[in-house]
Design a protein around this ligand. Structure first.
Ligand code: GCO
Length: 392
């Protein structure tokens, strides 16, 4: 299916500080990676050493044909102790934004992507309603320093996943398994998002501000309808409803989940799997864009993450092609999709799963940090340049 995308449609790739920078020892994830029994397969260590190599990465992404780069600020670098601000860290992120702009890339900046400073977690972390004010002070400070260079601002990345994985599933820090805490964290994050959005807007610059949400194509099987509705409420709807007043929503999705009356059913036998242990299901993007559009009441949507972990780069191209066809159908129906961001620019630290899953358009040598662009990188870069898929 050929698709022509609207003028100004953004084409990018994404990373997050802790997954690529290296040496982020002052946050809760680093502590979790080193905590016996946490289930992490390996520590993040030097990651992709992007803290030092960002100029080369940005130049590479621009050469490939992209016009957008989504990355995150590391709060534990900017505020290493409560109320102590690192001007050097703020200047570092200012240089990254400037470097993007010099290369013609729109900086899409995430203020919180899963990691929180150790001092913040010791002060009660995200289960404490006081977290919102701590987060807002940091956002204010960062926006004051960087706001004039930011293209799009994402307050919190996947607040639903932080709450689910950290407070109910026990797989992310702090490793709790408590349904009440999970509900509290959802609420604290919604509160923090709203206040942070106001703080970022009141600073310099005019970037649209929103949050990014992990969404899924929940499919009811064998009487699972009511269960789907229940899962959607805490995973999606509370956030989609909170986002109605935002400038945009970042949609992030990877696969579907089949749900029976008793809960998630797991993959369907015979369906191709990815390295993440979930199904190859690119149609998730169309399904989630349609749902986000409906439940938010029609705010602009930016695909801030979509991609696949695979060791077969041809399957990566196949996945993205089908996902983009779905975007095309959404655009045809008048859904306001502003851009597509592939996760991820680089193979990187996939949280508890370490470096095994390879999501990158660009491979990274784990000892030399050398970058090796894959054929999918040139392919998606050329789609970006043409602003079209498969036109003759
Ligand atoms: C998330 C995060 C990313 C992940 C990506 C692949 O969705 O969990 O935003 O940090 O690495 O989604 O799983």
């Amino acid at each position: 299916m050929a698709v022509r995308f609207p003028d100004g449609f953004l084409w990018g790739t994404a990373t997050a500080a802790h997954q690529v920078e290296g040496g982020n020892w002052n946050n809760d994830w680093w502590a979790w990676e080193h905590q016996p029994g946490s289930g992490c397969v390996e520590p993040s260590g030097d990651a992709c050493d992007q803290f030092h190599r960002y100029p080369d990465d940005i130049a590479l992404l621009a050469r490939l044909g992209f016009d957008t780069y989504r990355f995150s600020l590391e709060w534990s670098r900017i505020e290493p102790e409560r109320g102590e601000w690192s001007l050097a860290a703020l200047d570092h992120y200012r240089r990254i934004c400037a470097c993007c702009l010099e290369h013609g890339l729109v900086p899409v900046v995430t203020f919180h992507h899963f990691t929180s400073p150790r001092w913040m977690v010791e002060a009660g972390g995200w289960a404490d309603p006081g977290a919102a004010d701590l987060f807002v002070r940091y956002c204010e400070r960062a926006a004051a320093h960087l706001g004039d260079l930011i293209g799009w601002a994402c307050t919190i990345n996947e607040p639903n996943i932080v709450a689910l994985m950290g407070f109910l599933a026990g797989i992310f820090p702090p490793g709790s398994r408590d349904p009440a805490l999970r509900r509290t964290v959802n609420q604290v994050m919604i509160d923090a998002h709203g206040k942070a959005a106001a703080a970022i807007r009141s600073g310099p610059g005019t970037a649209p501000v929103g949050l990014t949400l992990a969404m899924s194509d929940y499919q009811a099987v064998d009487g699972g309808e009511a269960t789907v509705e229940r899962i959607r409420r805490s995973m999606e709807d509370v956030f989609l409803e909170a986002a109605r007043a935002d400038d945009f929503l970042g949609v992030q999705c990877y696969s579907r989940v089949r749900v029976g009356a008793a809960g998630a059913l797991g993959p369907e036998p015979g369906v191709e799997m990815t390295q993440m242990g979930y199904e190859f299901w690119p149609e998730v993007l169309e399904a989630t864009l349609r749902r986000a559009w409906k439940v938010t009441g029609g705010i602009p949507l930016l695909v801030t993450e979509n991609g696949i972990a695979t060791d077969d780069d041809e399957r990566r191209v196949a996945y993205v092609r089908r996902a983009l066809e779905g975007v095309g159908r959404c655009l045809d129906d008048g859904i306001d999709v502003r851009g597509y961001t592939y996760w991820s620019a680089l193979d990187n630290f996939e949280w508890a799963l370490g470096y095994r899953p390879t999501f990158g358009l660009v491979g990274v040598d784990r000892t030399t940090f050398e970058r090796h662009p894959r054929p999918s990188a040139s392919w998606l870069g050329s789609v970006a340049r043409a602003n079209a898929l498969d036109l003759p």
